[in-house]
Design a protein. Structure first.
Length: 124
């Protein structure tokens, strides 16, 4: 059974999004979901549930340690890359390589494609 566009849209009129209901935190004044702790300060009904300040400081310390470790790895890799020529497995420094002596490897020729044969109906 086909429905008209108007009938379909009338049925879908209740599918619209609604703004979430928010409560105001008694400790810091920011908005949070009702019956849930505040994501900003970690309080619920006037008592501390999670120490969000300590949690954010620990996360920041982890992130800085991770960034320093990545920088250290990149520095080690860049020192190794200076001694080698990209694309070669040898440990010959770039100043010992003669210019114009690089080998060029030719790509294999592509297989020639076959010509399409006409169908029986088309050959006449």
């Amino acid at each position: 059974m086909r429905h008209t566009r108007a009938h379909t849209k009338n049925r879908r009129s209740h599918h619209g999004l609604e703004a979430p209901t928010l409560a105001k935190c008694s400790n810091c004044g920011s908005h949070h979901r009702p019956h849930h702790m505040c994501q900003e300060c970690g309080f619920y009904k006037g008592r501390l549930v999670i120490d969000m300040k300590a949690k954010s400081e620990a996360r920041a310390a982890r992130m800085t340690a991770k960034k320093e470790a990545i920088k250290g790895q990149q520095a080690d890799e860049s020192e190794e890359d200076v001694n080698t020529i990209p694309g070669e497995g040898s440990d010959v420094p770039p100043e010992n390589v003669k210019p114009g002596k690089s080998e060029v490897v030719a790509a294999p020729e592509m297989a020639k494609s076959k010509a399409a044969t006409p169908r029986k109906e088309q050959s006449a």
